[in-house]
Design a binder for this molecule. Structure first.
Ligand code: NAD
Ligand code: IPM
Ligand code: MN
Length: 359
């Protein structure tokens, strides 16, 4: 197959982890006889510096002419005091909105060889296999009015029926293909938007009688994600709650640098982005964990290109490298033996190559 991939490295560790993901995809292309054509575009702080625009028109055009988009991360202290329209984060929100990528899928799965890296007890972590389905183009992030003066600040939490229906349906469909359990997380004891959310979940469950549904308030959900994470299968929630709960859930696995994500809509097009940010504290040191970016690329192979075997090969290679005791600094218990981003990526490349030699 021939596929066009737009690569938007962004800021901080974004370029470092994107280089790793592209390297792995190149091996997949060579081994499975696919041609991936990579075209690079700017977004975030990088685009502000070059074009005074966090999402330039040419980046949108590049993505429109591509089959899928891979994104590193945006943001950093350099742009933190910029006006709202010239913030790197605006570019990320704008690209999600422009392409109507309303569903952000964030899987959180325990890796057997990494159980010790988690601050949680091994028996709590062992069976964890959940996916957070985060609404991505509505809610507080996009509601109007949104502004502040010296005296007051306002953000607006608004959801339409249509916005809730499509994300809830997506989550039900996923639950049906997994363990058949859906947890809808809201704040329906206080928020009006949550009351509508809960009502729509209850309407939709009639179409999915095979899926077990529970409602959970977000504050206690945050607690249960840590005390009993294995009890979750699919979590569906609004934009802001999903943002917070997914970083929290990354703790279960051992590092934020492990969590991939797919931002998708109803067709095959998607934007694939690690859950983590630009990590200014480690940027430029060559020590970032590229696993989240590499696993995001695997999600792209699976969801956008229908390449299940290829995605599984990448995931297997990543797991084998962990099983072999190879870690970047964020996961290494012996910090002196931690691998750099490039060294760790090369281990994954070697593992992929090995899969072909042994087959
Ligand atoms: P962050 O996710 O960048 O970093 C949080 C912590 O996790 C840091 O200590 C960092 O070093 C560590 N970390 C994250 N990813 C890692 C990796 N792959 N390997 C090793 N360590 C890793 O969150 P933050 O520090 O709150 O935000 C920094 C900047 O990133 C901000 O400008 C924020 O707006 C932006 N951000 C962007 C995205 C995105 O582009 N998708 C997501 C989150 C935050
Ligand atoms: C994420 C990030 C973004 C979000 C920021 C950078 C706008 O935290 O992708 O999780 O809040 O969606
Ligand atoms: Mn986030």
């Amino acid at each position: 197959m021939e596929k066009r991939v737009a690569v938007l490295p962004g800021d901080g560790i974004g370029p470092e982890v994107m280089e790793a993901a592209v390297k792995v995809l190149e091996v997949v292309g060579r081994r499975f006889n696919h041609t991936f054509e990579f075209s690079y575009g700017s977004i975030g702080g990088d685009a502000i510096d070059r074009h005074r625009n966090p999402l330039p028109d040419e980046t949108i055009a590049l993505c429109e002419s591509s089959d899928a988009v891979l994104l590193g991360a945006v943001g950093g202290p350099k742009w933190d005091n910029n006006p709202s329209e010239l913030r790197p984060e605006k570019g990320l929100l704008a690209i999600r909105k422009h392409f109507d990528l309303f569903a952000n899928l964030r899987p959180v799965k325990a890796v057997p060889s990494l159980l010790q890296a988690s601050p949680l007890k091994e028996e709590v972590v062992r069976e964890v296999d959940m996916i957070i389905v985060r609404e991505l183009t509505g809610g507080l992030y996009f509601g109007e009015p949104s502004n502040h003066t010296n005296q007051s600040g306002v953000d607006t939490l608004i959801y339409t029926r249509e916005e809730i229906e499509r994300i809830v349906e997506k989550a039900f469909e996923l639950a049906r293909l997994r363990k058949g359990k859906l947890t809808s997380v809201d704040k329906a004891n206080v928020l009006e938007s949550s009351k509508l959310w809960r009502k729509i979940v209850d309407e939709k469950r009639k179409m999915f009688p095979d899926v077990e549904v529970e409602h959970q308030l977000v504050d206690s959900a945050a607690m249960k994600i840590i005390t009993n994470p294995a009890a979750f299968d699919v979590i569906v929630t609004e934009n802001m709650f999903g943002d917070i709960l997914s970083d929290e859930a990354s703790v279960i696995t051992g590092s934020l640098g492990l969590l991939p994500s797919a931002s998708v809509r109803s067709d095959r097009f998607g934007l694939y982005e690690p859950v983590h940010g630009s990590a200014p504290d480690v940027a430029g040191k060559g020590i970032a964990n590229p696993a989240a970016a590499i696993l995001s690329a695997a999600m792209m192979l699976r969801y956008s290109f229908g390449m299940e075997d290829e995605a599984a090969a990448v995931e297997k290679a990543v797991n084998t490298v962990f099983e072999d005791g190879c870690f970047t600094k964020d996961l290494a218990s012996n910090q002196e033996r931690a691998l750099t981003t490039t060294e760790w990526t090369d281990k994954v490349v070697d593992e992929l190559d090995l899969q072909f030699v042994s087959n």
